[in-house]
Design a protein around this ligand. Structure first.
Ligand SMILES: C[S@@+](CC[C@H](N)C(=O)[O-])C[C@H]1O[C@@H](n2cnc3c(N)ncnc32)[C@H](O)[C@@H]1O
Length: 256
């Protein structure tokens, strides 16, 4: 397994971003963050989520990322999309996955699950109401988990990360997308009532949860140049002690 080179830490959160960011999620508990998410996504914001993802180009650009084989969905036979929302990632997974692959969509909000089902009109995926911190699946049930713009709804990412690792088989892949602590990320956090993540800190949380970052993506060359569009990474479930050693080495390099 080849790890990404160390992620250079930068002071977080930057004072200006911190000033703009919606702050309640960082200071609340899990029960509070669930209540806020349900209120946002069960309400009018959830109803316009699919439209907003198209207008912001997130949905089509993410489709291109999955379609051009960069992530490589056809490697997997059992796929879970957690926090499936209006089915923005799910729709692409259904197009790109092998015909024999099983695809499960899960979300905290029953209303979002209904919206995704109505929008995609698919019988191929199963829809399950679930919280990312308490997934109703056995250990090692999936080869791949996709989780787009969900963990920013948690005060602390680790309970969600550990749970996603648990349901992945050893060596399985997580495609993780999260709001970054940039100015645009902080503005988004106000709209969707979530927090933001510092890239180096989120990587350290993933590593503590047994998920090693192997690749990072940008939605387009312009996003890469301007370092915008959020944190998009592939993280692999690590079990072997030698890989854990590699992670610790990378962490020491970061702290030098
Ligand atoms: C911004 S939408 C993401 C939709 C889609 N994954 C995408 O990439 O565009 C966030 C979704 O996460 C769901 N969500 C929020 N907190 C959650 C939790 N604790 N467990 C599961 N889903 C959650 C919300 O209900 C919402 O549908």
């Amino acid at each position: 397994m080849t790890l990404l080179p160390p992620t250079r830490p930068r002071p977080s959160p930057q004072p200006f971003q911190r000033f703009i960011e919606f702050k309640d999620i960082r200071s609340g508990d899990l029960g509070f963050s669930r209540r806020v998410s349900r209120k946002v996504y069960d309400g009018p914001a959830g109803a316009v989520l699919a439209f907003a993802s198209v207008v912001s180009l997130h949905e089509p650009l993410l489709g291109a990322l999955l379609r051009r084989g960069t992530f490589g969905v056809s490697r997997f036979g059992r796929i879970l999309d957690i926090g499936s929302g209006a089915g923005q990632i799910l729709g692409h997974l259904l197009k790109e996955a092998r015909p024999d692959a099983t695809v499960v969509a899960a979300d905290l909000s029953h209303r979002m699950l209904r919206r995704a089902r109505n929008r995609l009109k698919t019988k191929r995926a199963s829809f399950v109401a679930a919280d990312v911190t308490r997934l109703p699946f056995a250990d090692g049930s999936f080869d791949c988990v996709t989780c787009g713009w969900v963990i920013e709804h948690l005060p602390d990412p680790e309970p969600g990360l550990r749970e996603m690792r648990r349901v992945l088989r050893p060596g399985g892949s997580l495609l993780l997308l999260a709001t970054e602590d940039t100015v645009t990320g902080a503005l988004n956090s106000r709209t969707w009532k979530c927090r933001t993540y510092n890239r180096a800190e989120l990587r350290a949380s993933c590593e503590r949860s047994g998920l090693a970052w192997t690749r990072q993506f940008y939605l387009s060359p312009v996003h890469r140049l301007l370092k915008i569009g959020g944190i998009i990474v592939e993280a692999v479930r690590v079990d072997e002690p030698e890989a854990q050693g590699e992670i610790e080495e990378a962490q020491q390099l970061i702290s030098l």
